[in-house]
Design a protein around this ligand. Structure first.
Ligand SMILES: Nc1ncnc2c1ncn2[C@@H]1O[C@H](COP(=O)(O)OP(=O)(O)OP(=O)(O)O)[C@@H](O)[C@H]1O
Length: 305
């Protein structure tokens, strides 16, 4: 059984659909990214996994505990860390007091180590904290009892790029220690570096469930060629060439076809310079979300769950 199992989970808020019959599982030790635009249903899923919302239908287990079974969930939560989207710390208490409170409930097996990595000013009251400091305190409290599973809602929001990088490294190390990590994100580039797999949510539906490498493969390669006009025109019509941008001495496009065909086409022209790179994940995700956020469904026909 996976660390998280979600089966046809639906959550309705009156007439508003939060998530619609989503199913996926997260393996033990896996780093799983849960992606989607605003209002896609990420927080709804996370809060349901923690028993904070009851599913309307379908269900889920975390570390084997049914999220509808309060007693089983309380036991499982001793081995789960949670970073909510809104931390809600009291303004008047110090970071140290926040951590003491959490330690009294769930223990503090590795607090000192964590405070070496993340460095919130724990002697100061929360009202003096920057957003990033508050987020670091939240991350420390989520990991301080050395949980087997950590669920985080937008963990890098508010962190500066250096802290984000530190967080990414930390997550990879945690995964190497066997901790399962599930987190939601808008920061697509961090997913590439950190996650083993991603679920892509849109309008409450899971529209993609992929390992990151597959996701990038499906996105093709970005090719930038400097060559004569005639070649540019011919290349633009080659099978597998999409998103073409012409510029003065060549063109840039995304190539999703057979590499031999591209090389053959290029070989007959005078190529002055060529650059082949991974397209930005944002472009890859456009295949799922669509340019206006109202995505196309599974364009490759092979990514649905
Ligand atoms: N308490 C609530 N009452 C009514 N509707 C809600 C409630 N919470 C969420 N929703 C709706 O459910 C849908 C999913 O919202 P959710 O907060 O889960 O999305 P999200 O992916 O976490 O978005 P964001 O990235 O903006 O945090 C949205 O349409 C939202 O308006």
């Amino acid at each position: 059984m996976g660390a998280i199992e979600v089966a046809e989970l639906t959550k309705e808020y009156g007439s508003v659909l939060g998530v619609d019959s989503i199913s996926f599982s997260v393996d033990e030790g896996e780093v799983f990214g849960f992606l989607g635009p605003n209002g896609a249903g990420k927080t709804t899923t996370i809060r349901t996994l923690l028993g904070l919302f009851a599913p309307t239908s379908g269900g889920a287990t975390v570390l084997g505990a049914d999220v509808r079974d309060e007693r089983a969930l309380v036991d499982a939560k001793r081995r789960i860390g949670y970073l909510p989207a809104n931390l809600g710390f009291h303004e008047e208490v110090t970071g140290e007091q926040v951590l003491e409170y959490h330690a009294s409930i769930k223990g503090d097996r590795r607090l000192d180590d964590l405070l070496d990595v993340f460095t919130p000013p724990i002697e100061r009251p929360i009202r003096e904290y920057s957003t990033g400091n508050e987020q670091m305190l939240g991350i420390v409290q989520a990991f301080m009892h050395d949980p087997d599973l950590v669920i985080m809602d937008e963990p890098t929001s508010g962190l500066d790029p250096l802290k984000q990088e530190r967080f990414n490294e930390f997550v990879r190390c945690e995964s190497d220690r066997g901790t399962t990590i599930f987190f939601s994100s808008h920061v697509l580039s961090e997913v590439r570096r950190v996650c083993d797999r991603v679920g892509i949510l849109r309008d409450g539906e899971l529209v993609g469930l992929e390992d990151v490498e597959t996701l990038l493969d499906q996105g093709g390669k970005r090719v930038r060629v400097q060559t004569i006009d005639e070649a540019s025109e011919a290349l633009a019509t080659l099978d597998g060439v999409v998103d073409v941008d012409a510029f003065a001495d060549g063109l840039q496009f995304v190539y999703t076809g057979d590499y031999n065909a591209l090389l053959e086409a290029l070989a007959s022209y005078d190529v002055r310079e060529i650059e082949i790179s991974e397209p930005p994940l944002e472009d890859v995700f456009m295949h799922y979300y669509g340019p206006d956020g109202s995505a196309t469904d599974d364009p490759e026909g092979e990514s649905s769950v």
